[in-house]
Design a protein around this ligand. Structure first.
Ligand SMILES: O=C(O)C(=O)CO
Length: 359
């Protein structure tokens, strides 16, 4: 089944150029097309971005025309040979092997993501490749989903609908399916950036008592927007009733949420992660959840993705797991796609990108 699907996908791959290449084109047009910078797009990105690339007249591009299956690595290594630009999503590892396969023509990489842990920045820098990414446009969608996940976890909504559907709903009971409320709580943010601020702004009307945060250093400008207090990592763990992870995954933050953190949290606390699965030691989280060290966890991101259905975290009632959908609204994904396309085109023209990573 898998093989035949893959074979079908392979057949569906199409080359898309700014003008449809048909037998009817004059040889002049064909000659002109062949001199345009070549771009490979590693995924069928949402229509806005493809339209921008197609109508730009600035590039010829080929894409892996599927959203369901990522381009196989072997195929990707073939397809990037000699390209001038690359548009990728977060499932593609952009490392030395891939950059070597692409060769020296590659000048611009544009990722349709705010996260960049799938990119080897050092290798990109070494080769002088400019990198575009897509922050800001997804902030609202991610903040919205984080609030939804937090409430789903703290008020036990998945358990509750399951009980209602499967006959567990007996009489109204005084302590049945009780959870933890935001009113009068302390909300902690691990890694205060645009998204952390947007989450806090949305939580404030729930009558949160106090926002606290930790980061590599205080961020007074952002903190003042939400009146958040800078605390140490340990204090964040100790004081937070709800702890929301918003930091990027870097070598410094890898598995920063581990036994050390969970052991200091209250057993009534809720842990939420919508950043990257790699910031959490999942074995330690399982231990904390299954022993009642913390009350619950809501995860939009895991290691690996997808998380195998046999993973122990799926056995826990107090763990809500979503399949990495924080930015998944039509508006946001189209905006990310458009920004990724524009970053690429600007980069190839040697102009400043809308959002470019400083390497
Ligand atoms: O953009 C990202 O980095 C994501 O995780 C997708 O929302």
């Amino acid at each position: 089944m898998w093989c035949s699907r893959m074979a079908l996908r392979g057949l569906q791959r199409i080359a898309v150029a700014p003008l449809n290449i048909t037998g009817g084109l004059t040889s002049n047009v064909q000659r002109e097309m062949s001199t345009l910078p070549r771009v490979y797009v590693t995924r069928q990105i949402p229509p806005e971005g493809l339209k921008i690339l197609r109508e730009s007249g600035q590039v010829q591009f080929e894409l892996w025309d599927s959203d369901d299956v990522p381009v196989p690595r072997k195929e990707l290594l073939q397809k990037v040979k000699g390209v001038d630009g690359l548009v990728c999503v977060l499932t593609e590892k952009i490392d030395a092997e891939l950059l070597d396969a692409a060769g020296p023509n590659l000048k611009v990489l544009s990722t349709m993501s705010v996260g960049f842990d799938h990119l080897s920045l050092e290798e990109l820098k070494k080769r002088g490749i400019r990198v575009g990414y897509t922050p800001d446009v997804l902030t609202d969608a991610v903040a919205e989903l984080t609030v939804a996940l937090l409430l789903t976890t703290s008020r036990r909504l998945i358990e509750a609908t399951h009980e209602a559907k499967t006959g567990g709903w007996g009489t109204w009971r005084t302590l049945w399916l009780c959870g933890h409320e935001l009113a009068n709580s302390t909300v902690g943010i691990l890694g205060l950036g645009r998204i952390g601020v947007a989450i806090a702004e949305r939580l404030a009307p729930f009558k949160v008592k106090k926002f606290i945060y930790t980061d590599v250093a205080p961020r007074p400008e952002l903190a003042s927007i939400i009146n958040a207090e800078y605390v140490s990592f340990d204090e964040l763990a100790k004081q937070s009733d709800f702890l929301s992870v918003c930091c990027a995954l870097t070598p410094e933050t890898k598995e920063i949420c581990n036994k050390n953190l969970f052991s200091k949290m209250k057993n009534t606390s809720i842990f939420i992660n919508t950043s990257r699965g790699g910031v959490v030691n999942q074995e330690d989280l399982y231990e904390a959840l299954s022993t009642g060290q913390i009350a619950g966890a809501g995860l939009d991101v895991t290691v690996p993705e997808p998380l195998p259905t046999s993973h122990p975290l799926f056995t826990l009632k107090n763990c809500v797991i979503l399949p990495h959908i924080a930015s998944a609204s039509y508006t946001t994904r189209n905006a990310m796609s458009a920004m990724a396309a524009n970053n690429l085109l600007l980069g190839l023209r040697g102009e400043p990108m809308i959002k470019e990573l400083k390497l």
